[in-house]
Design a protein around this ligand. Structure first.
Ligand code: ZN
Length: 580
């Protein structure tokens, strides 16, 4: 495992700056500080102002004192260890949003939620009209963000629903989970979905296709036919610059591509972006298995620098999502509303063949995993791989692992397996998990944050953007309150994190999962100077208002950007109404 700080991807400013403020370091050896010295993109001193001045004068270093953040709380830059930035950027920039959760779009525009059948129909009708007015009648219409479970009136969004809105352009409507898509009749015909297809993934009712298609192998059939209008490479650069700007405003300094390679390999794009100072993020890219073989993986690892690193890998073709009812449950279990368990995409033997080569090469593998049955199967797989080829240093990770049970966590501990829990699931799907997917008891132990701490399992929390939008402070709030935004109900108070634990999960915890905890994730000497400068201390405010804390500025490798609101004015401190 690479334990060296990666080489610089961009040149950093050499000037030495002494910053003052209230630093919450996420370093247990020195949890608080009031001064930090930054030079060459890195942190060179942490302590008090007086200590820093003594250090600088003893070393004979010329410096500049910057006290603009003296009244702010400064935490490590936030790290999102499971997201899909290219998909999120392109969907946001190019596709029509028809989801049930409000999001922020390009330029800070609010993309409202459509929660009823009428609201959704009206929105889709408007998109169809715009599509036709643009002269695109007959061409693919791309929609995204659907979650039928979140519609308040149990509307079935299937081919018939879509046909009634538009029958003369093929529609590709992606669920927010990205594990299911729904197509209208014209699209079904164009792609050639038929009753011959596997009913586990190409759904049907009364011997007729419903238009709902689950999981990548079948969804990709539509993508390969041009079903997604991804635009030109220039469009992708523009979309990514805009997207990174919006995440940077929220204090994110490192993002991940937790599955690099679908539908195309974006590595050349990421390389170009990582050399642009205007692109405000570091990217941890996880090449997908088995798409990339030994030499390509070695090449990415070798090329890695501190702006773009690809040192671990991802395998996604396991089970699906809980809200899509495609997650694989424990053998014999059904969903709470009576629906059957989901299915594995491939046999255990095929999965083993698809990933064992990377294990043998010493890569840490992140596995997509939602259902309890999938957790079990992946622990069996990891145990088998470790028996056949012991790799004591790898950190195989179960991504989501939402339904993991206590016995499985004991097995994880024994096998050295870590996990990345879903920070925003209870806030958005808590109610439907209680009433439809897993039931009112089981929902309380979904994403067992506090149990992970008790059992000593390293973990991070994530948003999985495109599934839910990046926003680390909202995610911290979610893990600290486990409250559903729709009903206000709390699901599983015992599993709530404290503010300190939640902050760790979105900084150092995420860095550990990326295998870069020696380089990012805390405010420590030698680490990169990536900081989020906040208006309030998340460890001091009431836990209900952590999501409302404003990010005043973000520092990436020593470069500071003070954020301005959409109207061009800086956040006005006097409007802050948080209870401190
Ligand atoms: Zn994902």
């Amino acid at each position: 495992m690479n334990k060296h700080t990666l080489k610089p991807g961009l040149q950093y400013r050499a000037e030495t700056v002494l910053y003052t403020g209230h630093f919450v370091t996420v370093n247990e050896d020195q949890p608080r500080a009031t001064a930090v010295v930054v030079a060459n993109g890195k942190i060179s001193f942490v302590g008090t102002k007086e200590q820093a001045e003594t250090y600088l004068s003893n070393e004979g270093i010329d410096y500049h004192l910057d006290e603009q953040f003296a009244s702010k709380t400064i935490v490590p830059g936030f790290i999102e260890a499971h997201m899909h930035p290219l998909g999120a950027a392109l969907f946001t920039a190019r596709f029509a949003y028809a989801g049930q959760i409000e999001r922020t779009g390009k330029g800070g525009v609010i993309l409202p939620a459509s929660l009823t059948k009428e609201a959704l129909q009206a929105k889709l009708n408007a998109f169809v009209q715009a599509h036709n007015e643009a002269g695109k009648q007959g061409e693919w219409l791309n929609l995204w963000g659907l979650d039928p479970l979140l519609l308040t009136d149990e509307t079935a969004v299937d081919r018939d629903f879509l046909d009634a809105i538009c029958a003369d352009s093929p529609i590709f409507y992606m669920h927010s989970s990205c594990h299911v898509a729904v197509f209208n009749s014209m699209a079904i015909e164009k792609v050639g979905f038929s009753l011959e297809d596997n009913p586990a993934f190409v759904f049907r009712k009364d011997n007729r296709l419903t238009g709902e298609v689950a999981e990548l192998p079948d969804i990709m059939r539509a993508v390969k036919l041009g079903g997604f209008d991804m635009g030109t490479p220039e469009d992708a650069v523009a979309a990514m610059l805009g997207y990174a700007d919006s995440t940077f405003r929220l204090g994110v300094t490192t993002m991940s591509d937790c599955g690099m390679g679908v539908p195309q390999n974006p590595y050349p794009l990421y390389q170009a972006l990582s050399q642009m100072p205007a692109f405000k993020a570091r990217i941890a890219a996880y090449p997908l298995l088995p798409n990339f073989q030994e030499q390509e993986l070695a090449h990415y690892k070798e090329q890695s620098n501190d702006r773009l690193f690809a040192t671990k890998v991802k395998h996604i073709a396991t089970d699906g999502s809980i809200q899509g009812f495609t997650a694989v449950l424990k053998q014999g279990d059904k969903y709470y509303n009576g629906r059957e368990s989901g299915h594995f995409q491939y046999s255990a033997e095929t999965t083993y063949d698809n990933v064992f080569y990377a294990h043998k090469l010493g890569y840490s593998i992140s596995f997509h995993c939602n259902g309890e049955g999938c957790t079990e199967a992946l622990l069996d797989l990891i145990e088998r791989m470790q028996n056949e080829c012991p790799q004591p240093n790898v950190r195989h990770c179960l991504e989501h692992n939402q339904m993991v049970n206590p016995q499985q966590m004991d097995r994880m501990k024994k096998l050295g397996v870590v996990h990345n829990l879903f920070g925003t699931h209870i806030p958005y799907w808590g109610d439907v998990h209680a009433t439809q997917t897993v039931g009112p008891e089981r929902v309380k132990t979904l994403n067992p944050f506090q149990s992970s701490i008790r059992k000593g399992i390293p973990f991070a929390i994530h948003c999985d953007d495109v599934v839910t939008q990046v926003n680390p402070l909202f995610m911290m709030w979610g893990a600290m309150n486990r409250q559903c935004v729709f009903s206000g109900t709390v699901y599983g108070e015992d599993e709530c994190l404290t503010a300190e634990q939640a902050l760790h999960a979105v900084t150092l915890g995420a860095a550990y999962l990326m295998e870069q905890e020696h380089m990012i994730g805390s405010i420590e000497v030698g680490k990169l100077a990536d900081l989020a400068i906040l208006e309030h201390d998340p460890l001091q405010v009431a836990k209900q208002v952590v999501k409302d804390i404003k990010v005043h500025a973000t520092m990436l490798g020593g470069d500071v950007t003070v954020h301005r609101s959409e109207h061009g004015t800086q956040h006005d401190e006097t409007t802050a109404t948080l209870t401190v």
